[in-house]
Design a protein around this ligand. Structure first.
Ligand SMILES: [Fe+2]
Length: 421
């Protein structure tokens, strides 16, 4: 069946104006592309090695004398530019998504839309997740997903099941820890090493904010609950919190996007020392400066960091006035995570896995009843692995020859994947 392009991807007219190509699109938008840029952005088949798609002939290095363009013509939504001695074809939709000045049809605010009142955490069974990976784009949209029916209650089986789900996305994040899948069993012997390993309640936080970037997708699996009631897990839409702060307290939002905070973690001794493994290998000392709210090139929140236990002050150059204002903004931001419109509760029953976007969601947990024995498994996917999976999904939908897909921004790929009516 012939697919129909949305009007913004249809070229109405094209012409050469001085040293630029001017493209008029059906939606009334116009783009200008410098001819020199076009000349050095060619995507002919001969440019690339057929298997690796690496440049054989990088046009940025070519000695191209200033060559007058003889003309441009439109052939079935492909622009053909004729230089003095050759012609180069450019895919029209590819050109459209290169023009980043045009308004974003797929604004992250609309794709990763804030949870509205009706939002419920999506849930599916393990077999469904392994059969159909469309949950991956759902996780990108909602920031959270539950997968049920992972059993039995056995450590190795749990790790294998987690690995199978994670493998749908890509490789696990390597940890400075004896395993990449970390097992959390609240036990008194661990108190004092890391609060997440104790039964005490956990305030809203994002995991590992002392890395740049922090791990992107967290997979938290409940293997065992016995002897008492399960605790409650809380998830809060950090992008929605940040946008609400921006709307109602813009000066505080600015302070939290502009001020670099010191995030640090220091663990000179491994909490697996009882296993007799090398303590040096698993020791950790890390520190970065980063804001609570990082933003992308279009000023949308991109990475949220909150983690009271890791925040280790500000730079000494911060003025007293700024520090006082910052402290107030920080208190408000922290408290907003637990407030009504942003929060969803989840009781993690045995055999249940929750995946969440650790760059977007804050999470918290009620105290664990002293009578409850709970075994949870935790692992992560890094941002570059996650982005790669999303890009491959978009690229498949975009359905263009490889040479046009290579080098597109993720946003451009997503637009190309959605360019049909
Ligand atoms: Fe956590």
């Amino acid at each position: 069946m012939q697919r129909k392009l949305k009007e913004q991807y249809l070229i109405r007219d094209c012409s050469i104006d001085g040293d630029s190509l001017v493209v008029a699109w059906q939606d009334e938008a116009r783009s200008r592309f410098p001819l020199e840029w076009l000349r050095r952005s060619v995507r002919t088949e001969q440019c690339f090695a057929p298997d690796s798609l690496e440049y054989v002939d990088n046009p940025l290095l070519a000695e191209v004398a200033s060559q007058p363009v003889r003309g441009v013509e439109l052939r079935d939504q492909t622009l053909v530019l004729r230089w003095r001695d050759e012609a180069e074809a450019f895919d029209g939709a590819w050109l459209r998504v290169q023009d980043e000045r045009l308004p974003a049809e797929l604004d992250p605010r609309r794709i990763q839309r804030s949870w509205d009142e009706a939002f419920e955490i999506p849930s599916l069974q393990l077999e469904e997740a392994l059969e159909d990976p469309s949950w991956i784009s759902g996780l990108h949209r909602d920031g959270i997903l539950v997968i049920r029916g992972i059993g039995p209650d056995d450590q190795r089986a749990a790790e294998l099941a987690l690995e199978r789900v994670a493998a749908e996305i890509g490789v696990l994040h390597r940890r400075i820890h004896p395993t990449d899948i970390n097992v959390l069993i609240p036990a008194p012997k661990n108190i004092g090493l890391d609060k997440a390993y104790t039964g005490g309640d956990l305030e809203y936080h994002t995991d590992a904010p002392y890395y740049d970037p922090p791990p992107k997708i967290a997979l938290l699996f409940c293997q065992t609950i016995e002897g008492g009631p399960p605790p409650i897990n809380y998830f809060s839409d950090g992008y929605a919190v940040a946008r609400a702060l921006e709307q109602h307290h813009p000066e505080e939002y600015e302070l939290l996007t502009d001020t670099k905070v010191n995030f640090a973690r220091r663990r000179p001794r491994s909490h697996h020392e009882e296993l007799g493994q090398s303590q040096t290998r698993y020791a950790l000392d890390t520190q970065i400066f980063a804001p609570f709210i990082s933003t992308d090139e279009r000023n949308n929140p991109s990475v949220i960091r909150i983690h009271t236990r890791s925040v280790t002050g500000l730079a000494a150059s911060t003025s007293g006035d700024r520090l006082r204002a910052f402290s107030g903004a920080y208190r408000r931001f922290n408290s907003m995570f637990g407030s009504d419109p942003f929060v969803r509760e989840l009781v993690l029953e045995p055999g249940t896995l929750v995946l969440f976007d650790n760059h977007r969601l804050g999470h918290a947990r009620s105290a664990i009843d002293p009578a409850t024995r709970r075994v949870a498994n935790l692992c992560y996917i890094d941002e570059y692995v996650w982005n790669s999976r999303l890009r491959l999904i978009f690229a498949e939908k975009a359905d263009l020859p490889e040479r046009w897909l290579k080098g597109c921004s993720t946003r451009a790929l997503q637009q190309l994947a959605n360019r049909w009516e």
